[in-house]
Each structure stands twice: as structure tokens, then as C-alpha cells.
Unconditional design. Structure first.
Length: 323
């Protein structure tokens, strides 16, 4: 069975810290004295060959992409791609001043695709590492632009539109491990870096399936000792799985607090969007939320939160417990 990491946050956590902790690999939650977040990290060191999911098994058949630097503004931000189409996709993302060459940095321009004149948005440095001489043993490209979230988000969206898939948390390291580029000790060292994050001391890690009886009992026992609990669900995104998690964990939510269901945005994506996943339009966290609310009047969608955020992966996913 795939393992799911469950981390309980203890102590006050501001809403502004939520995305930061998520992007840096410390899977926390938002604004509460205590919070629970579920993240289905199918970590390669815990699985048999039969259990390894298709997106990390054997030779990669898809190309993954992600912003690999922490969120927010900074001097430099990096978008990383890995897989057989990494170089062709990167070549379409930017206007290269020289062709890509292994282990060589190339200057490039990030252009406005909506400007007929090809107006420049930013400058970038693009570095290509040809398989097998890269971190993942696949063709790998890193695009280093100025650290504007707008520019990095633009590059990532373009990459996904051109056929790349959004990388799962830790997937670059998973691919490196499965390809033999790093050993178990080195893989664990990456985890050690995550656990060295200053927020990690407020977390409790429980490994296993989020819907297994043993995990559920542990979470309930810990939650029962806290005055206020906030639940955040971000695991397998199928309707059935999320609905089961909601039935198991939403009752732990304190009155006045929230159960946040992430990635409800899946339902709002174009119908022809290719997820390459078992979930999609009509079968996702938002459809599970709709079904759950039919029989749980103690929860209401707090639209004021996503209206305030404007951009969120959890529209209609902020469930406030009112009873």
C-alpha cells in the first residue's frame, strides 16, 4: 500500500506561511493552533517494485516540471524540467541566444506570447544536462529567471501547456533514486534537509495510508489532546478517496475552524486538459466536497477566503465548521 505522510502542526501558524511551508517540502497547514495535513508521498524507499506508481517507475515516459525555488520574491527563481521532452519544451519556453548544449549555461529571453512583436518580459539563464549525466539521469533543464512569482508561474504554465506534467512533491529526487543516481543515504539526506526547516519542530510525522485504521487512530488520539484543530486534505485527488478522508477527518475540525480540501481547482480546469492521473473533471476533490456537504450541515463553504486570495488551488475548498 502506498505510504502517506501525515504531519500535525502544533502552535500558531499564520496563513501567509502556508504556501511557503508547502513549496519548500515541509507539508504543514494554515493558521491554527493545531492543524493536520495529509500528503500522499509515495516514497520510493518504502515500496516494493509492484507498488511503485507509474510516474516514478522505470524509464520516465513523461516530462515533469516545477518551480524548484521557494515561493515569494527573490533575486533568482528556477523552473526545472526533467524527462525526454525537457529540452524541446524549454526551447519553446524562451528565446535562446545559442542552442542548448550539455552542462553549458545559455542566455535567453522570456517573451510575451500575447505580444505580436515578441516583447521581452525577462532575461533568463538556461542550463541543460543531457541524460544520463543529470540529477535524475534524464534530460534535465533549469531555467533561472529573476525571482518574480509572475514570471516563474508564467514559465511553468507554458511548460504544462506544451506537454509537461506538474511534478509530484519530491518526484525529482524519486527519479534520481530509482535511476541509481543517489543512494538511500543520500535520499534520506534530502529528507533531513526538509526536516531541518524551522517549522518542522511543530510537526508530527505519521507514515502510512491516510485511510488506514492505524493512521486514523493515531491522528484522532493526538487531535483529542488539542484545544483547536484545523484539518487540511491534500492526498489522492479522486472523488472516492477525498470523500472517505472527509468522512474520517473532517469531524476532528473544531467549531469555528476549517477543513481545507486542496486541489478542488481540478474541477474548474478545461475539459480537454490531460491530467495523466486517475482524477479529472467530474472526479476530484471538489465533487467530493459537494457530496460531503449534502449530509453535513455542520460545514459551510467560506467563499470569503478564496475571494480574498483571488488565486487559489482550493476554490470552494475552505470548509468552515459552524456547528
Amino acid at each position: 500500500m502506498p505510504r502517506t505522510s501525515i504531519r500535525l502542526l502544533q502552535g500558531p501558524v499564520s496563513l501567509n506561511r502556508c504556501k511557503t511551508t508547502h513549496a519548500t517540502g515541509v507539508f504543514g497547514a494554515c493558521r491554527a493552533e493545531d492543524a493536520v495535513r495529509f500528503d500522499s508521498l509515495q516514497w520510493c524507499m518504502t515500496m516494493s517494485d509492484q507498488e511503485i506508481p507509474s510516474f516514478v517507475s522505470g524509464a520516465a515516459v513523461d516530462t515533469i516540471a516545477a518551480i524548484s525555488t521557494p515561493p515569494g520574491r527573490g533575486g533568482i527563481g528556477i523552473v526545472r524540467l526533467s524527462g525526454p521532452q525537457a529540452a524541446p519544451i524549454a526551447a519553446q519556453l524562451v528565446s535562446l541566444r545559442q542552442p542548448l548544449e550539455h552542462s553549458r549555461a545559455r542566455l535567453a529571453d522570456v517573451l510575451d506570447e500575447h505580444d505580436a512583436g515578441g516583447g521581452q518580459i525577462d532575461n533568463a539563464v538556461v542550463t541543460f544536462f543531457a541524460a544520463p549525466n543529470s540529477y535524475t539521469a534524464e534530460d534535465l533543464v533549469e531555467i533561472a529567471a529573476h525571482g518574480s512569482p509572475v514570471v516563474l508561474g508564467l514559465l511553468l504554465r507554458r511548460a504544462l501547456k506544451l506537454g509537461a506534467r506538474l511534478a509530484e512533491p519530491g518526484e525529482f529526487t524519486q527519479r534520481a533514486f530509482l535511476a541509481g543516481k543517489i543512494d538511500l543515504t543520500q535520499a534520506e539526506a534530502v529528507r533531513d534537509l526538509i526536516e531541518a526547516h524551522p517549522m518542522f519542530k511543530r510537526m508530527r510525522l505519521i507514515e502510512g495510508s491516510s485511510i488506514s485504521a492505524g493512521v486514523i487512530d493515531q491522528v484522532k488520539q493526538i487531535a483529542s489532546t488539542r484545544k483547536k484543530v484545523m484539518v487540511c486534505l491534500d492526498s489522492n485527488h479522486t472523488h472516492a478517496h477525498v470523500l472517505q478522508e472527509l468522512s474520517l477527518y473532517a469531524p476532528l475540525t473544531s467549531k469555528g475552524s476549517y477543513c481545507v480540501v486542496f486541489d478542488t481547482v481540478v474541477e474548474d480546469m478545461p475539459s480537454d486538459y490531460e491530467w495523466n492521473r486517475p482524477w479529472g473533471k467530474g472526479n476530484n476533490p471538489k465533487t467530493a466536497v459537494w457530496e460531503f456537504l449534502k449530509s453535513h450541515p455542520e460545514f459551510e463553504v467560506d467563499s470569503s477566503i478564496h475571494n480574498k486570495l483571488l488565486i487559489t488551488v482550493a476554490p470552494d475548498g475552505y470548509l468552515k465548521r459552524v456547528k
